[in-house]
Write a protein that binds this ligand. Sequence first.
Ligand code: KIV
Length: 287
Amino acid sequence: MKITVPKIINLKNNRVISMMTAYDYPSSKAISDAEIDIILVGDSLAQVVLGYEDTLSVTVDEMLHHVKAVTRANPNSLVVADMPYMSYHVSEEETIKNAARFIQEGKADAVKIEGGRKREKMIKALINAEIPVMGHLGLTPQSKNIMGGYKVQGKTLELAKELLEDAILLDSIGCFSLVLEGVPKVVAQTITEKIAIPTIGIGAGVHVDGQVLVYHDLLGMKSKEYIDAKFVKRYDNQYEKVVKTMKNFKKDIENRDFPTDDHSYDAGDSLLENLKEWKKEVKKILS
Ligand code: KIV
């Protein structure tokens, strides 16, 4: 059954919410079949799929292309589209227009926005336009230049208080859930206890209402040399498996072990009966 925004809100204090990123049709199908509650078409698309250096480079059009691929799989999971950098920073009108493209053209169920009080006006405008919003606080990758890199946030009393205030604000203005990324576990736990909407952690410890990981990180779709963030758990090593499989294919075709007769088509009787004649025809054409 399709997961809805009210269902996600009701899961708080009932069971742990699962969220996974996806960027295409097959991963969307697999995640839905695994009964994951939420698919996030994250702007991590920029690095893990498109090969950009950071999330600042990805555009609304690029994101939309992938949101459409994900929703074409008709997943039961709630689909949340990540609003990319500069798509919700300029004006309320532009923010609504961009978010509406994800809902109307992309068929997403909700959008995600990074930031707290700085984004209050934009989030209120979206909710007024009937677009559900997932918040995102802590290590917000679109702020990497302001933060001076990808650093754990809320490590001092002052900064932890600011994070809590932002979380309370996002709850009070109507966000339906909140991603907490790269914050000390005690801060994430306190926020989770103080707000009514579910928190979904990534690098935020175990005392939150749900967990999210990036699809390619969890599956180990990066080479061994790539250093994962501390919060990543590789459940598989698919990069190594893919390389091994490609090598097997190359070896097979070089040894003429593939394709076999099982993978090839036979000619029809009439062609077989007239094979000699056909070969003569071919010679004539080539001469
Ligand atoms: O873009 C993304 O993948 C995200 C998650 C890490 C929360 O924002």
